[in-house]
Structure formats: C-alpha cells, structure tokens
Design a protein around this ligand. Structure first.
Ligand code: MRU
Length: 355
C-alpha cells in the first residue's frame, strides 16, 4: 500500500491504531507500508534498517514506546512505567551512533516519569509526545530547507552521500530538504547521488526520492565522486549527520569523510544539514562518537550472492557504518535555528544555549 498525504509527500512512519512504516529495505523495488505490532518488531526494524536515518530512528523509537504501552497488560501506572523503562533500554541498544535515538527516548522517558492518573492517561501522553517529536522534526527539516536553499546557487551541481531525505526523517529530509527547497524555489540544480556502499541508501533511496520529486539527478558509484568534482560539475556538497560533537566534528554514513576531503581538495564547500536533536554537546570531539560496526555479510555479499571470500586465515572484513568528518572540513552546518560557521565550539555552544 502506498501511503501518501498531499503536500507532505510519503509518510516514513505513521500512527494509525498502531505504528506503520515504509519498509525501506524493499525500496525501490516495492513501496510497502508494514505494521510494527510489538516492541521486538520495532527494535528489529531499526536494527535492520527497515526504518533508518537519524531523525527517523528517533521518531521510530518514540512511537516504539507507544507500541510497548499499547501492548502492555499493566493495570496500574507503576507497573506500566517499569515495562516502559525496560522497553526504552531495548530500543537504546538497537543502533549506537545516531544520537537522535537517545534524544527521543529521553524526551519520552520524561513523560513516563511524569504524573498520570491511569494507564490510559500515560498512553495518551506518550502518543502526544511521539507526535510532537515527529511534527517538530518535520518543521525543523522545512526550516533547514528554507535556510539552506540560500546556499545553493542557481544552476548548481550538488553532490550528496547516503540518504538524508524524507525517508530518513519524518518526511521532508535534512540534506535532501535543502536540495528540494532549492528545487521548489525554481533553481535549476542537478544532484549527484553517491550510491553508498554497502547498503546502497544512495541508489535505493535518494535516487528514488529524486526521481519521485522530479529533481534532475545522476547516480554513480561512490568512487566516481572524485571524477565529478574534478570535472568542475559540482559546486557544493551537502550531507546529513548522525551525531555532531561539541567541536563540530560530524559522524555520518561511512564515505562522508572521503567526500569532505575531496571537496577540500577541489575547493568546493562541504555543508552538513542537521537538526538540533543531532548535536551531542556531552562529547568534546568526534573521537568519542561510538561508531556502529555492522556484520561482514553486508560487505561480502550482494543480495545473497558472495562477492568476497569467507573471512579466515588472516583475511578479515571491516564494516564500519559511519565515519567522522573533522570540523575543519565542514564549511557550515545548516540547522533549523540558523547556519553555523566556524569556530564551531562557540557557534554550537550558542545554538544549544538558545542564543
Ligand atoms: O545507516 P543509516 O542509513 O541509518 O545512515 C543514515 C545516514 O548516515 C544519514 O546521512 C544520517 O542519518 C542523516 S539522516 C537525515
């Protein structure tokens, strides 16, 4: 079933008597909306990237606690609270890098620990908070798009890595939000989409979004980024982020660091678009960001067909899902509260103090 709301595009996740998501592992072959009936299904969906992208993971975790609350047979508030604390721990263990997951769970936990007259009151309060998290994300993405579009010149070539689009958020996108806002403003841009090995979020998801939105785009292998930059066709890069440390170091999909280095070499601005929920001021630098290591089979096979020898006898396979781009390579960070420029320690401190 395709799930679209006019004016808002597709719905990455919806609540309709329960949580439903677009199963992103099936795209672009199939656009299927699936229910996530219990907590284990939500945790599995996050772990296996059926729902992925930092803000969307946060939204899914928030609704995941609602799924746990609705599925509970608890008859008093304290028992439900106990179950929800355990559910929150389960969701927190799904993926380590995107801080939006922990940020959203913390917002939900404040509701869990609040005063509630009955289990139904607690359930309703949780659902209201999950809706707020989703709606705030949508508003933040649209504002990032509006602000970031100013950085995109008429006729620009724009390169992006992974998927920081509607599918990675509540529906509009962060980096893709900037791209689509520039397109909606009438600018004749052309997007270069990195395919994003090993799980192909660029080719399966970003290219699908570009085509659905009618934005002119070219897909190529990650290693072709250098060729595009060397040709002079690319005027700027914009990516999303999974976690930004207090000094402006940015964790994002593995390959982002290589793209940022290429941009520096070719004198092309490298922008990051991320909502305030992606900043982690508790970490002084990117060295402290936990980087998810995923299983070897994602690298060593394609759709079940082996593309590498079995590990063993001194041969190993590495699959870090993210890398860290040092702040010095980031031209600016586009947030819903404004565009940050170096020095980032001061800019991020001011942003998070609400200055
Ligand atoms: O492993 P994924 O697909 O969850 O990684 C997603 C990314 O790296 C995105 O660029 C990031 O989460 C920002 S999404 C707006």
């Amino acid at each position: 079933m395709a799930n679209s709301t006019p004016g808002r595009g597709f719905e990455t996740l919806t609540w309709d008597n329960g949580l439903h998501i677009i199963d992103q592992t099936l795209l672009p072959r199939e656009h299927r909306v699936v229910p996530l009936a219990d907590l284990d299904a939500v945790a599995e969906a996050i772990r296996s990237l059926r729902v992925r992208g930092a803000p969307a993971i946060g939204c899914a975790a928030a609704y995941g606690l609602c799924v746990a609350a609705w599925g509970s047979e608890a008859t008093d508030v304290d028992s439900l609270r106990q179950e929800l604390r355990a559910a929150s721990k389960t969701l927190a263990r799904t993926r380590p890098t995107a801080v939006n997951l922990f940020w959203a769970l913390a917002r939900m936990e404040r509701v869990v620990e609040g005063e509630h007259g009955s289990v139904d009151d607690l359930r309703e309060a949780l659902l209201a908070q999950a809706h707020r998290i989703r709606d705030d994300d949508d508003a933040a993405c649209r504002e990032m798009g509006r602000l970031g579009a100013e950085l995109v010149p008429e006729g620009a070539g724009v390169i992006t890595h992974c998927n920081a689009g509607g599918l990675a958020t509540s529906g509009y996108g962060t980096a893709v939000g900037v791209i689509r806002a520039a397109h909606e403003a009438g600018k004749a841009i052309h997007v270069y989409v990195d395919e994003t090995r090993p799980l192909l979020q660029g080719s399966r998801l970003t290219a699908w979004e570009m085509k659905s939105l009618g934005i002119p785009a070219t897909l190529s292998c990650d290693v072709a980024a250098a060729t595009h930059l060397a040709s002079g066709r690319v005027d700027l890069a914009v990516t999303g982020a999974d976690r930004i440390a207090a000094n402006g170091d940015v964790a994002n999909k593995v390959g982002t660091l290589g793209l940022a280095l290429l941009c520096r070499h070719f004198g092309v601005p490298f922008y990051v678009a991320a909502p305030v929920s992606t900043f982690d001021p508790s970490l002084a630098s990117g060295k402290e960001i936990p980087i998810e290591e995923r299983t070897a089979d994602e690298v060593a096979s394609l759709y079940g067909v082996a593309t590498a020898p079995e590990p063993g006898e001194g041969f190993t396979i590495a699959n870090p899902a993210f890398d860290v781009t040092p702040a010095e390579l980031v031209t600016a960070i586009i947030t819903e509260r404004g565009i940050l420029r170096p020095p980032y320690v001061e800019a991020i401190g001011g942003l998070l103090r609400g200055a």
